[in-house]
Design a protein around this ligand. Sequence first.
Ligand code: SF4
Length: 462
Amino acid sequence: MTVAAKQNFGRFYDKVKQFDVTGKTLLIPDMAPFASRLLASCFHAVGVNALVMETYKGLSLGKEFTSGKECFPCQVTLGDILHFLKGEKERLGENFSPERYVYFLPEADGPCRFGMYNKMQRLVLDRFEEFRDVPITYVSTRNSYSTVDIMPAEAATIFRKLCYVTIIIADILDRIVWRVRPYELRPGLTDSFVQKALEALLEEVELRGASLEFNGLFDIVEDTAATARTFIDTRQPRRPLIGIVGEIYVRTHPDSNQNIVRVLEQFGAEVTVASIGEWINYISYDMARDQKRQVKLALLKRDFTSLRGALNALIPTQIEKYYQIARQKQVYKHALKHLDIEKDHAISLLEKRMDKERLYSFDIGTEAALSIGAALEHLHEGYSGVVNVYPFTCMPSAICTAVLKPLLNKMRMPYIDAPYDGAIQPNREVALRTFLHQAKQRLESRNSGNRNGKAAKCHIKP
Ligand code: SF4
């Protein structure tokens, strides 16, 4: 780096960097409530003190220190960190010590702006003298979210496996809630019960997670699914099933999406949101895809040195991919024994479907690949409608809209875009109600056999 570059950009290297965070307090922005808390407990299990920051209370700060051109998740997470640090400064006064904290803000090396959030937020934190020494650390899609550079190597290996399992468990907890809550015998029963299950899981991860002994976790998942099933009032008919696809932060962060799942449930839907596990699997799948291309290229050139290097990179990625598939199946099996929650999509299947229908290439990448693929799957799985939830001006989500809107319209599948930027849109409720009315009509039409496709599912009798 030149001297001028060092002066101008040095802080992006010195204070946005990967380093061993042991002994610090790692500040995690909230996203999907179950997954964020389980992620913090995985850090605890390997000896890193982590906490999930209170969310959405600092949105006005996030908006004050951005220009309005940034992605909405950047404004929300910036607001969360500023709100937290200001609160700590106020609470601790003279004893506030910025070096105690590390702000954890992952990044992506894809074509959109997520790779720049942590740099942009560095600039904002540096505007506050008292926060200049709070370092930012990250994991990146570049090496499939490896944590080897932010904790000791042995801990990183344990963390990776534990984290994958707990993320799948978080997805399952969400799916249990979404499957049961619309039909619960008493309002509030499911939420309070699953909250207790989450607490038991957090304790189990912290106590025994580092041993990678997962049976205790699986037992809790199984008991949760078995008990939650008894909350269903089976006299209620199945509702139209709505699939939510879109940008991962806004679709999983209830404050940012103005609780769209609950709103749709209030209007008479059963909802499933695309999972976080699907995104993690996609990162590994995409990395293996790139590495396979390198292998083919080396073979074509008969370059055996490059071939050896490409194979050395590909083999561990493939192993990890198969590990994830096997683990995901194993964890889901425990819940599916008792409750018919929605399963996750295999990434290879999504790619095959899109290739066959020549709709979008995985070569372009981004979340659009998953959202378009999942929406198409929903069409074949008998869903009654699709909602695309995304931050206003999100680039991959705009691609999704461009592809999905005309396509699903042609297939007569109800579809709606739901962009969010923190503002309350007065017509959103009417739009969602109208969408759901169409979804109900689609379901009724199917149930009466007027259209090809599946009729509504029935409840499994408790
Ligand atoms: S996915 Fe959308 S919201 Fe996220 S960084 Fe990219 S453009 Fe912004």
